[in-house]
Unconditional design. Sequence first.
Length: 242
Amino acid sequence: MLKIHSIETFWTHEWPWIRVVVFMQWCKLKCLYCHNPDSINMSGWIEITKEEIIKKVKQSKAYFGKKWWITFSGWECLLQAKELLPLFEELKRLEYHIAIDTNWFIYNNDVEKLLWFTDLVLLDIKHLYDENHKKLTGVSNENILKFANHIEKINKLFWIRHVLVPWYTDDEKHLFDLWSYFKDFKNLERLEILPYHTIWVYKWRELWMSYWLEWVKTPTNEELMKAKTILEKNIEKVFIRR
């Protein structure tokens, strides 16, 4: 059984093409700006079988035409890698394009096997500097950067998704160092800048949780374009995801 938060059968933004998106439950990171804090813990989930997901996916085929697409996102889909393996195998047999959206904090043999069936990795890089990453998420980024290098080594296409948070991730040196770290990765297909915003703060309040970044403003268009200019010096495809 898989523990999920929800399933969207007609998702048209954030990821390539029209997709089915399976949002998984549970995450090891405790990001200060998490937009779905209700999905962090292993409580309040929906249990669903591989067969039920396949049924929902097949019902959505009419949207896709000749190409069928599915993304596993969440809060950390790889925490359920062992349970996902039979589903990935079946989806690949059905010729689906499979993407995983991950912070890549966890890595084991089951995750390695999932990569065999994965067409695209969407990798969230919260912060390049380890100490700042710990402040933002509560954990080190050592494994995350290690496996970014692993993805490159095994020739797997990937995107980087980076949230631009004023005062936390937007200083010029950090952005330049982020560019320097990834500029020679051959399999990096694109880098997306996601502007920080606070539209999810109500979820924290509903859960009686303290939200510590409410004072932080959404970056201006000028700030977003400045970040894009720095990052696209040698990374050809840099986009701002509105």
